[in-house]
Ligand binder design. Structure first.
Ligand code: ATP
Ligand code: MG
Length: 446
């Protein structure tokens, strides 16, 4: 993509309404535009990151054996009357009447609808286990939408629902979700710690929230800091192997890590003092096992091998896809702007032409662009007739992890400069070697 033809409405001034760094940088980098409180347009750069995050979520859900589908944003109120939540949900639910005076709502979540789909088509244990999920816009009429995409009213969420024959199978589905979430966040360059959570309006007994540590987070967290060193890495987990999946969950949930809602001071005090940490965190996901709460209320039953009919065991599992953009920026930025982890960056690399109009520089940039595209790595080429300083400032703000700088002087020596956004370190290389290096770096991420 050539910057001269792109739509990147960068702001020079800090927007006054932004209280936290991720919101400020998302506005300044031209990623989002607010249309109403908590409702945003996703401008091209923001949209690219959103799609990238969505893609990683899909890949890891599919790897875990979960099946994507798509449910609508608008739902009939009658489904929610069956579960009893139409009245319980309160003012966060946006209620709408259609032209025939039928009660509708903009879905804040989808337990009722997925249970309806299940009961219409599945009636035997032979069709289990089954986990269906979608990535769809949600609406919650939050009292205080704030911090940009962190607490929106309209937001993009992955929500998945498991259907199982018994409690053990449902707990295996719960564990599968935990492992797939750990892998998802790691691919995004995040450390998200599973913390024991209190069950909210969805109800249930087994539930963990995933928190990214950040001092702007809305949750207070208490943890043993050794938990932050745990990594899944690239180990292969067999998602069908119950013991193996449970083992990984144990590894990540044995050390103390809780939010203020479940905090237990006596247990916390048993952690060696040097490892006790109190901080703040951003909730980027949550998993729930709630058993038969919805299946019983809505008559979603299955026939067991011995011929009896039982309500299906369920759980629901969410990831805050749009919130993740904010969380990643909170965890990865400096005073110049965003620093995207390679896994989610909108463009893998930026090309800065120091002397637009210089025949050798223009030609070398075009050749780099072509070589990268041929490797499936689309660069953002700043081909504007701007000062070098302005081009660097834009690249630093939008946070591409790698930059190739091309100028007439370097080209005389046969080199370009490859710079890491994170470390700030530069290296002179031939253009071919620079492309090679970028290809190697991204081989591990795509
Ligand atoms: P919160 O406690 O932050 O209000 P929640 O527990 O009500 O969130 P869930 O029902 O668990 O939210 O939804 C799954 C995920 O969706 C959350 O973990 C969070 O990452 C994301 N999410 C929830 N509400 C919002 C919102 N208003 N804006 C953006 N993302 C949200
Ligand atoms: Mg939650």
């Amino acid at each position: 993509m050539r910057l001269s033809r792109y739509f990147l409405p960068v702001l020079k001034e800090d927007p006054k309404e932004a209280q936290i760094v991720s919101h400020r940088y998302m506005l300044r980098a031209g990623m989002i535009k607010q249309q109403a409180a908590g409702i945003y347009s996703w401008l091209p750069l923001g949209y690219r990151v959103l799609k990238r995050i969505e893609q990683i979520v899909h890949e890891e859900q599919i790897r875990a054996g979960h099946i994507p589908l798509l449910m609508p944003t608008l739902q009939p109120a009658d489904l929610w009357r069956e579960s009893g939540r139409y009245d319980d949900y309160g003012q966060e639910m946006l209620r709408i009447k259609d032209r025939h005076e039928r009660d509708m709502l903009y879905g804040p979540t989808n337990e009722e609808m997925i249970t309806d789909i299940f009961r219409s088509h599945v009636s035997s244990y032979k069709d289990l286990p089954l986990t269906l999920y979608h990535i769809q816009w949600k609406f919650r009429d939050e009292m205080r939408p704030r911090f940009g995409v962190m607490r929106g009213r309209e937001f993009f969420m992955k929500d998945g629902y498991n259907f199982d024959i018994d409690r053990d199978s449902a707990l295996h589905a719960y564990n599968r979700h935990m492992v797939s979430y750990l892998r998802t966040y790691e691919r995004m360059g995040l450390t998200a710690i599973p913390m024991r959570a209190a069950s909210g309006p969805i109800g249930g007994d087994n539930t963990h929230e995933f928190l990214v540590l950040a001092n702007t987070g809305e949750s207070e967290v208490f943890y043993d800091d050794r938990v932050t060193a745990l990594k899944l890495g690239d180990r292969a987990v067999d998602y069908d192997n119950r013991a193996e999946v449970a083992g990984v969950c144990d590894e990540f949930t044995t050390l103390y890590a809780r939010t203020d809602e479940t905090h237990d001071a006596a247990l916390f005090d048993q952690i060696p003092a040097e490892h006790q940490k109190v901080g703040r965190g951003i909730e980027v996901g949550q998993i729930f096992y709630f058993g038969t709460k919805y299946s019983e209320a809505m008559g979603a039953t299955v026939v067991t091998p011995d011929g009896s009919k039982v309500p299906v065991e369920m759980g629901s599992h969410g990831i805050g896809v749009s919130r993740l953009l904010g969380a990643i920026i909170e965890a990865s930025h400096d005073e110049k702007g965003i620093i995207w982890p390679e896994g989610v960056t909108p463009f893998p690399v930026g090309i800065v032409n120091l002397k637009q109009g210089d025949a050798a520089a223009d030609e070398a940039c075009a050749a780099l662009e072509k070589a990268l595209l041929a490797k499936g790595l689309e660069p953002l080429y700043d081909d504007r007739d701007e000062r070098a300083g302005a081009k660097f400032a834009t690249m630093d703000l939008i946070g591409l992890p790698w930059r190739i700088t091309v100028g007439p002087r370097g080209l005389q020596k046969g080199v370009v400069e490859l710079t890491s956004r994170r470390s700030g370190e530069s290296e002179e290389l031939s253009p071919e070697a620079a492309v090679e290096r970028i290809v190697e770096i991204y081989a591990a991420h795509r």
